[in-house]
Design a protein around this ligand. Sequence first.
Ligand SMILES: [Cu+2]
Length: 324
Amino acid sequence: MLDRLTEYFFPKQVSTFAGDIDNLFFFIFYSSVALFFIVVFGMIYLALKYRHKKGEELELTSSKDHSNLLESLFFIIPLILVSITFVWGIRSYLKMVIVPDNAIEIKVTGQSWFWTFDYPDGGTTLNELVVPSNQPIKLVLSSKDVLHSFFIPVMRSKMDALPNRYNVMWFDATQEGVYDIFCTEYCGTGHSQMGAKVIVMKPAQYEEWANELGSDDDSVPLDELGAKLYTKKACNTCHTLDGSALVGPSYLQTSQMWGQERVFDDGTSTVIDENYIRSSILEPQTQIVAGYQGVMPTYQGLLNDRELDALIAFLKSLNEDSQI
Ligand SMILES: [Cu+2]
């Protein structure tokens, strides 16, 4: 029955310690429910039973005022419950903080408003954490700007990502699948979109995937690669393709303004061309489009030249007039 309830209230249990954590939660929850009913119904019953009746003399002391047995039970029962919670809690906690020696280490970096993952054999992914199943994974977390928090509900695992220091968390995934990751520290306008996925693969499949990572595919045409990168590199958290402004100007609007003047918040302006797009991506802070905030992160080091070309080609492909 407990399993059914867990399924009903909680996301799937996918890490080795998830079951333990849920059971402890339910132990605390049901002890609290039981105590609540015992105390509240006891109180109501006694208040009714010993209420003042008309014409009755007030008896200020009586043998009912004290019972050694009850007094002892009132502290022994909570003491037992609290001790169980403590021992169970600290054992589960230690399981969660002591990282096994054979863990694969992946660097996780949060920034407004996406996650970057750096793998041990080189290669980076954005908003997609790929891991093998049945293998401890150690995550070393930090942030490039404000506080973020990295939460994988199915692993029952969560840790803050702070600027200027490293935090560690780990998990061992027991089932293959694609699961949600959330940022659970309010970090600005894009916070609600700061989601990512953890993709748990069979070890052999992961091996294959890791080998391919980093080798970029030259056979894909530039604008197609750009369309892929546009979502893969999280541009779509702040830009849209339908002309509506989000945190930044719509990619469609920029493409329709190809060859026209872009005005910046300091009053200067420039013509929208390949060089402008390139510097917008690599040095977004140098020219802030008027009416927007300078919150775009730099992609310096996150995109190679072909990928930059691809993003520019994709932008141009959105507007037929720019196909020169
Ligand atoms: Cu965040």
